[in-house]
Design a protein. Structure first.
Length: 403
């Protein structure tokens, strides 16, 4: 790329533009578990799954017309492990990130389909000192990130390569943002930096992380503060969107010529609220309002995916895309059709009783596949800045002389 080709570029020039900025869509069919067993037949055998992986990354759903199966970048089923998911989406995310690309992973799906299991893993696997095979994507991503940072520093020992990672963790619930690292901070506001047009959450706690222990502590703290709402329709459904963000800044100095460059990239790891149609029965007052508001962020995500997919497919100009109509889409607008790589893990249950929701998740996933993002390396070279400063100085001189 032009940016990396300049003389004295201290960062690894291998940073190439994103070869494919399409959204990576992975479907994960979770194994049958205890809740599904209630459906087991009289003969005691488990229920037949209503959805299965077929050859060529296809998903077939029972009762759907043959030849109209859904196709994705990858399909993970009951035999796929947490490590498989990490290899599919986590490893590439870390490499993208080290190359200076913003990168996000969203977990979408109905309650009970395995989103939380996929993104963080069971809490017991996080708190254990031993390395559990059930650890989710997030701890694995950071483990890989720290190890790759060390590798890069060794590889470029001739340059002073420094990294810092700053994390935050928030929840969107009922269209209100709560700081999961400091839960007394509620109803935080989203702001936009007019200069960089960067979107951020005002006064959200930021915490440096240096080791896995730091990351694990943040995760455990944040997840413990996550809210759950109980309704008669869904006793322990997760109605909040959870966003774990890490900004990674690296600076590379070339001691020979004194040049330097900085790169920064942002990782968003997002565990979305359950995508099931909110059942409004028995929900009254605040609960009813809540259901509407929770739907706003998710339905707005669905709307945007439709709009962006249509734009990509038709090659039409982008007019107004309504990012600001919900907290989730405002906050994560860069991940949706913007300057970021996006992977979407669409989690589905194998259960017969979930068939309609599974079908709707697969349709959502198929539309997401059509979106094109526009990811670029976020790099700034000090020589460039100095050259601009010099230019400003000369122009000021000139202006002064003209007076
Ligand atoms: P969601 O966050 O989508 O509501 P969870 O991640 O909480 O769903 O998963 C629901 C239940 O299924 C949990 O008990 C979880 O441990 C289990 N589970 C989900 N996915 C898997 C999997 N791939 N392997 C084993 N258990 C799983
Ligand atoms: Mg969950």
């Amino acid at each position: 790329s032009a940016a990396a080709a300049g003389a004295g570029a201290a960062h690894d020039a291998a940073a190439s533009p994103a070869p494919d900025s399409g959204v990576q869509v992975v479907v994960r069919i979770r194994p049958p578990c205890r809740v599904d067993e209630e459906e087991a037949g009289e003969d005691g055998r488990g229920p037949e799954a209503c959805v299965r992986k077929t050859a060529g990354n296809l998903v077939a759903i029972q009762g759907h017309v043959q030849g109209q199966d859904f196709t994705f970048d990858a399909v993970a089923d009951a035999v796929s492990t947490q490590e498989d998911i990490f290899n599919l989406v986590g490893r590439p995310l870390v490499e993208n990130c080290l190359s200076g690309f913003n990168s996000s992973i969203f977990a979408y799906g109905q309650t009970g389909s395995g989103k939380t299991y996929t993104m963080w893993g069971p809490l017991s696997a996080l708190s254990e000192d031993s390395v559990s095979s059930e650890r989710g994507l997030t701890p694995r991503v950071f483990e890989q990130l720290f190890s790759r940072i060390k590798e890069e520093q060794v590889k470029h020992a001739d340059k002073e390569l420094t990294y810092n990672c700053v994390c935050s963790f928030l929840e969107i619930y009922n269209e209100q943002i709560t700081d999961l690292l400091e839960p007394t901070q509620r109803n935080l506001q989203i702001r936009e930096d007019v200069r960089t047009s960067c979107v951020y959450v005002e006064s959200l706690t930021k915490q440096y992380v240096f080791t896995m222990k730091d990351v694990t502590q943040l995760l455990l703290k944040g997840l413990a503060n996550r809210r759950t709402g109980a309704t008669s329709a869904n006793a322990d459904s997760s109605r909040s969107h959870c966003v774990f963000t890490c900004v990674i800044k690296s600076e590379s100095k070339n001691p020979e010529d004194g040049s330097s460059s900085t790169r920064s990239s942002r990782i968003n790891l997002v565990d979305l609220a359950g995508s099931e149609r909110q059942k409004l029965t028995h929900a009254i007052g605040d609960r009813l309002k809540e259901a509407g508001n929770i739907n706003r962020s998710l339905s707005q995500l669905g709307n945007l995916i439709n709009i962006l997919a249509e734009i990509s497919q038709s090659g039409k100009q982008r007019h107004h895309v309504p990012y600001r109509d919900s907290k989730l889409t405002f906050l994560l607008q860069e991940s949706l059709g913007g300057n970021a790589k996006l992977a979407m893990i669409c989690a589905v249950s194998p259960s017969q009783s979930c068939k309609n929701e599974t079908l709707s998740t697969l349709r959502f996933a198929q539309r997401a596949k059509a979106i094109k993002n526009n990811a670029v390396v976020n790099e700034e070279k000090v020589e460039d800045v100095n050259a601009l400063r010099e230019q400003i100085r000369q122009l000021k001189d000139e202006l002064h002389r003209m007076k």
